[in-house]
Design a protein around this ligand. Structure first.
Ligand code: 5GP
Ligand code: SF4
Ligand code: MG
Length: 483
């Protein structure tokens, strides 16, 4: 999960990117970077930490130029370190090049091996760097053709921004797994993971960058290329459920309205008699509003979130995560005491959040707790750029509803069905034939693993090679002949 933002032709390009990254901070808190193209080629700054901590006014001033791209990162591939922060910037035979990538390339390890044999020297362990090296060895005459040649070799999800001395290029994989939107700010072009960043800088939302589109922006204007074979698009359904901000338009629809619709379907499928509906804030709010409206029950704030701590899931250490729930959420005793409560969350991953919340609510005297989840059970890891854990850590991959309910200590537990989720998506404007990736709920991965491996094979190779996290195919070196 990452956020990317770019602007072309603006006097204060780096300032705008800085603001854009602020709006995208929810997509990654580990590191952040800005690369700007000015009279001295491309200059950049990257650092670990939150956008508000990384940049100062002085620094932004130094990043002078009229086009810029930026990135906020939550690592899904490669280790946590500054060398993996983006934008990655290189000087190659055709000038300067910076790249910001959201997604995950599932054949990156094989490509990297091949490139290293041929003499490429990598500066990071991220999958994104493979694209740069593939572009560097291309014999094509212009940047777009070099990029097309590189992208034809990669397999996986990408929403990309590429900055050169005179161009900004936005690209999206043929499946359109991760979002990317285009906007206009007077004479400037803006591109962002989510439209909420446009609202902040006063830019107008124009459209999505289409799946499989490569959009070249230069001083002469913009031009679209569609070099890939058309495939059925597979927008990530989890963007709606959890990742994107509710005030964003993602894949052409309002995230807020989809979340509400998910809550409504959840109510239709799983309602029980109760006194009130409360969300686990912030991610459960949209669905809880939809649920409460559907069944005409009061929507109450039974839990208050401390906004000055990051998302608990973000902290990689198990210990910190456990502590995190308490740091983040506190029940309102007066609201919940003696009440029968429907608690809504957007998803259950490891079930640590729900378990702690239920314990806190019970300690405050809640009479009954009916836990409702506005997405189906997460049973499979994501290989396309989102940090859902390995199968082992996903509670629903190895436990049934009864066991999870018991572990969480809730009186009842129900999830939204896959069909209910699809109904909510269709009701909020998906046209016929619109398709989503829902692999973390169904195991139906739209893209093949490296060398056509199955998930079982990927996991067993990872185990044999002692790779801690098989979602990082970057380090799974396949032993079979690659094709
Ligand atoms: P759990 O405590 O069950 O492991 O995680 C569930 C909570 O984490 C939910 O409240 C949900 O909003 C959030 N969440 C779900 N999936 C993800 C994810 O992939 N990444 C992050 N950062 N948070 C998630
Ligand atoms: Fe999104 Fe899940 Fe598909 Fe990953 S596996 S792209 S999180 S729907
Ligand atoms: Mg949450």
């Amino acid at each position: 999960m990452c956020g990317i933002f770019g602007i072309f032709n603006h006097k204060y390009a780096s300032n705008m990117v800085y603001l854009g990254l602020h709006a995208l901070q929810h997509r990654g808190q580990e590191s952040s970077g800005i690369a700007v193209s000015g009279t001295n080629g491309i200059v950049s700054h990257r650092a670990m930490g939150l956008v508000s901590d990384v940049y100062t006014g002085e620094l932004i001033k130094k990043l002078s130029g009229t086009s810029a791209i930026g990135h906020v990162r939550y690592s899904t591939s490669g280790t946590t370190s500054l060398s993996n922060a983006q934008p990655l910037v290189v000087e190659y035979s055709h000038g300067s090049l910076a790249i910001a990538h959201n997604g995950n390339l599932i054949n990156a390890s094989i490509l990297r091996q091949k490139l290293e044999v041929k003499g490429s020297i990598f500066q990071s362990t991220t999958d994104s760097e493979v694209i740069i090296h593939l572009m560097a060895i291309s014999k094509k005459k212009n940047t777009v053709d070099r990029l097309i040649e590189a992208l034809k070799k990669v397999n996986g999800s990408y929403s990309l921004l590429i900055l050169t001395d005179s161009e900004l290029i936005a690209a999206r994989d043929p499946y359109g797994i991760r979002p990317l939107v285009l906007g206009k700010l007077k004479d400037s072009y803006v591109v962002s993971s989510e439209s909420c960043a446009f609202d902040l800088i006063g830019a107008e939302y124009e459209r999505e960058i289409n799946p499989g589109e490569i959009l070249l922006i230069t001083a002469q204007g913009s031009e679209s290329f569609y070099p890939f074979k058309e495939v059925k698009q597979k927008n990530c359904v989890f963007e709606y459920i959890y990742f994107a901000r509710p005030d964003s338009i993602v894949f052409g629809r309002s995230v807020y309205l989809v979340r509400k619709a998910l809550g409504m379907e959840l109510a239709k499928e799983t309602h029980v008699d109760a006194d009130m509906v409360i969300p686990i804030p912030d991610s459960g709010i949209g669905a809880a509003i939809g649920y409460a409206q559907q069944v005409n029950l009061p929507f109450e704030l039974g839990l208050i979130r401390n906004h000055y701590v990051g998302r608990t899931f973000i902290e990689p250490e198990e210990r910190i995560r456990h502590f995190g729930v308490k740091l983040k959420l506190n029940p309102v005793s007066e609201a919940v005491k003696g009440k029968r409560i429907i608690v809504i969350d957007d998803s259950i991953v490891r079930a640590t959040t729900g378990r702690k919340v239920i314990k806190m609510l019970k300690e405050c005297g809640a009479k009954e707790i009916h836990f409702r989840v506005s997405s189906p059970p997460v049973t499979h890891p994501c290989f396309y750029g989102i940090d859902t854990p390995t199968r082992k850590e996903l509670i629903a991959s190895s436990h049934d509803l009864k066991e999870i309910r018991k572990y969480m200590g809730t009186d009842t537990l129900e999830y939204l069905s896959v069909e209910g989720m699809m109904r909510a998506l269709m009701k909020t404007g998906a046209h016929a034939g619109y398709t989503f990736c829902d692999a973390c709920f169904t195991g139906k991965y739209p893209l093949r693993f490296p060398c056509q491996m199955t998930l079982d094979e990927v996991e067993s190779i990872a185990k044999r090679k002692k790779v801690v996290d098989p979602r990082k195919p970057y380090i799974i070196v396949d032993t079979r002949r690659s094709n």
